[in-house]
Design a protein around this ligand. Structure first.
Ligand code: ADP
Length: 450
């Protein structure tokens, strides 16, 4: 087993990993910027090292500082969490050069999936269904026009190095193509230092459904069902549920097997998420995330597994602790992401939390690093609390979530908690038929009704 784990992250995910370390009896090392000295992850880890000033580019994203922290603390491994350096292949390679274990897949697999064009080609070859589109980079407006014509409008121009929806442009007709093509290239060059773009058919009103997979690096892999992450605002997930209301057990098994076979074939190691758009009963691969996801707890709740501990076990070269035949989905789980943001603009709302009460009781899980007296810094992601419920049925989970939201108190700053009360009682959510554009329309309607 690994001997000492440094967590190259902050907030709730750093705490999540530290908790797993405690349960496995592995000493943990927190790293933090000067803005995070009073953070819960620093308090809960066995040791901590300051790695720089508040700006993430000068602390959490600075590889030499993280390596130095590993050396100071004597850590033999690093858990990257999500975001920051978690999908940076150079980071995994540098750790490897320093004989420090990266708790995640190989740098080769991170690189492969980080380039969306290569990822799509690889997945197509492995029998995973993909969104129809260009077979590679689209270099000129003329070829973009030709491909778009073939696919039929609307189309989406996407950045090969994409992430967070940047470099993505919707094109409704050929008149818009020229401008969108250049805008997408410019935006992706600025965001990713790489202006390669490709074209996809724009699917109308799909769901976002993703499959959790886990590989042991030796050619064995399991699938742990899906998460429906279609409740989105500006392509950012707001609420996730598992299982999805639209999949039959047979459809779940079928897509799960396709995904597990693909990553077994790649000899992929650790946790991964294969993201799909789902439309008219069909799956279309969009990308694979080679890390633990924000929304992993809903899968943990319905399958009764600990994905973070499993990541640590696999990185320690141990066998997977669960086999496909032994894991079964039970009940229904929902997660809502509560952000320090002011409604309706969703503008950042950092500041001092004057009072905090976390909900609890049967089937309620709160993954959060806040406390009364904690000052939410303005420098990072605004996620402050993940409220997760697990019920016997979907309705049971919804009722639990409504009850838990009533118990939650976060005073001193604005949060997005109030939108969930409305989402949970909406007809569309109740039916489970919502798609990726539903929430935006719903929020506008809510605003009008005020
Ligand atoms: P990023 O990595 O930048 O987040 P993704 O490829 O994961 O980009 O897409 C983000 C979101 O954009 C998806 O969840 C979906 O809402 C929307 N999207 C992406 N591709 C398509 C498509 N071909 N058709 C319709 N919507 C899409």
């Amino acid at each position: 087993m690994l001997k000492k784990i440094l967590i190259a992250n902050r907030g709730e995910i750093a705490l999540r990993v530290i908790r797993a370390c405690h349960e496995l009896n592995i000493p943990s090392v927190a790293v933090h910027s000067t803005a995070d000295s009073d953070s819960m992850h620093v308090k809960m880890a066995n040791e901590s090292v300051c790695i720089g000033p508040p700006k993430a580019s000068e602390s959490y994203l600075t590889i030499p500082n993280i390596i130095a922290a590993c050396e100071i603390a004597g850590a033999d491994s690093v858990h990257p969490g999500y975001g920051f350096l978690s999908e940076n292949p150079a980071f995994a390679e540098i750790l490897d050069d320093h004989k420090i274990v990266f708790i995640g897949p190989s740098s080769k697999h991170i690189r492969l999936m980080g380039d969306k064009i290569t990822a799509k080609k690889t997945m197509t070859n492995l029998g995973v269904p993909c969104v129809p589109g260009s077979t590679g980079t689209v270099e000129t407006v003329a070829s973009a026009k030709e491909i778009a014509q073939e696919l039929g409008y609307p189309v989406l121009i996407k950045a090969s190095a994409g992430g967070g929806g940047r470099g993505m442009k919707l094109v409704m007709s050929s008149d818009e193509l020229l401008q969108a093509f250049h805008a997408a290239k410019k935006e992706s060059a600025a965001a990713f230092n790489n202006d390669a773009v490709y074209i996809e058919k724009y699917l109308l009103n799909p769901k976002h459904i993703e499959i959790q997979v886990f590989g042991d690096g030796l050619g064995n892999a399991v699938h742990l069902g899906e998460r429906d992450c279609s409740i989105q605002r500006r392509h950012q997930k707001i609420l996730e549920e598992a299982p999805s209301t639209v999949l039959t057990p047979k459809a779940r098994q079928h897509i799960g097997e396709i995904c597990a076979n693909a990553i077994a074939n790649l000899k992929y190691s650790g946790a991964g998420t294969i993201e799909f758009l789902y439309s008219n009963g069909k799956f279309y691969f969009i990308e694979m995330n080679t890390r633990i996801q924000v929304e992993h707890p809903i899968t943990e709740q319905i399958f009764g597994v600990d994905l973070v501990k499993e990541q640590i076990r696999v990185a320690s070269k141990e066998k997977l602790s669960f086999q496909q035949e032994k894991i079964h989905l039970k009940g229904h789980a929902i997660e809502c992401r509560i952000n320090a943001e002011k409604i309706p603009e969703f503008s950042a709302s950092p500041g001092l939390i004057t009072a905090y009460h976390a909900p609890g009781g049967h089937g309620v899980r709160v993954d959060s690093a806040i406390y009364a007296g904690y000052k939410v810094p303005p420098y990072y992601d605004s996620l402050i609390c993940k409220l997760i419920v697990h019920g016997e049925t979907r309705m049971d989970a919804i009722l639990k979530l409504r009850r838990a939201l009533k118990e939650l108190i976060v005073d001193g700053i604005d949060t997005t908690a109030e939108i969930f009360d409305k989402i949970l009682v909406s007809k569309e959510f109740e039916r489970g038929t919502y798609d990726i554009s539903w929430l935006e329309d719903f929020l506008i309607e809510q605003q009008r009704a005020k």
